[in-house]
Design a protein around this ligand. Structure first.
Ligand code: CP
Length: 302
């Protein structure tokens, strides 16, 4: 089953293959299904980039898109996630893309449904397609991962992006640094070393900022002074290496984790990341769906 649930489930070879496919899609090449294929997008948490870049990716591949919103579905009548996915499978969906507030929501599905599940973000858990588009952006910039230093700044503990990226970047040969408030350090994420904000910015080839995940905090924090204590100010941007780039999964809180004037500066790849999201997601959909088509082809000849 070609699920995409976490980055650590993908081998290095599979990751490079997905990145190569994404590059081909960017050039206008690549696999497209020959038959009708239905994909359903189930978003139980807000999303702009992931949701719409999946939809664009699906439409570019010629897929039939079944968009789902929890507030207009039988979730309102108490239907469980499992029953919703099983229903979509029964009526003909060939794959599901799911964003859900529950960490590891997919564990209750993987052995019970027979269509691929693509994780579009699970609580504080994982965000593998964000990680793949981030890798694609870094690869386009540097051509490799080995020997790079990537610093991830901010609310590390509640960030599925930090979890997915730190593991895979380390595995691919990059060094990961973390920086941010001590209350948001993550003892379960052992792939990076915590350093102060200046060290992180000065040593990095990639400065990756995160928003404060207020919706996952029990106490409502005030972001007052956050930019000056932990964020990327214009003064700190001047400390960056000449070739270093700025990344952020977005949405961006202007003036909190980054000075608003830096969001579209020469070093920023934030909108490039979003553009790459479409191609990375096309490659992930190919991985999920090509196998189904091959199986259908085999069944025709049995
Ligand atoms: N980066 C990201 O996941 O953005 P959305 O929440 O808008 O999908």
């Amino acid at each position: 089953m070609s699920n995409v649930l976490t980055m650590n489930q993908l081998t290095n070879e599979e990751i490079h293959s997905i990145l190569n496919d994404a590059e081909q899609y960017k050039l206008g090449n690549g696999w497209r299904p020959s038959d009708t294929v239905f994909v359903s997008n189930l978003f139980f948490e807000p999303s702009t980039r992931t949701r719409f870049s999946f939809e664009v990716a699906e439409k570019k591949l010629g897929l039939q898109v079944l968009n789902f919103t929890a507030e207009h579905s039988s979730v309102q009548k108490g239907e469980t996630l499992y029953d919703t996915v099983k229903t979509l499978e029964s009526i003909g969906a060939n794959a599901v893309v799911i964003r859900h507030q529950q960490d590891h929501f997919f564990e209750n599905l993987i052995d019970k449904v027979s269509i691929p599940i693509i994780n579009a973000g699970d609580g504080c858990g994982h965000h593998p397609t964000q990680s793949l588009l981030d890798l694609l952006t870094i690869k386009q910039e540097f051509g490799h991962f080995e020997g790079l230093t990537v610093s991830i700044h901010g609310d590390i503990r509640h960030s599925r992006v930090a979890r997915s990226n730190a593991e895979v970047l380390t595995r691919l040969g990059a060094k990961v640094l973390f920086s941010g408030p001590s209350k948001w350090q993550d003892s379960t994420n052992t792939y990076g070393e915590y350093v102060d904000v200046h060290t992180a910015i000065q040593e990095s080839d990639v400065v990756m900022l995160l928003r404060i995940q207020h919706e996952r905090h029990e106490e409502k924090d005030q972001a007052k002074d956050y930019l000056y204590e932990f964020g990327l100010t214009k003064e700190r941007e001047k400390l960056m290496k000449k070739h270093a780039i700025i990344m952020h999964p977005a949405p961006v809180n202007r003036g909190v984790e980054i000075d608003g004037d830096l969001i579209e500066c020469e070093r920023s790849r934030i909108f490039k990341q979003m553009e790459n999201g479409v191609f990375a997601r096309m490659a992930v959909l190919k991985r999920a769906l090509q196998q189904i088509e091959q199986n259908q082809e085999v069944m025709k000849h049995v």
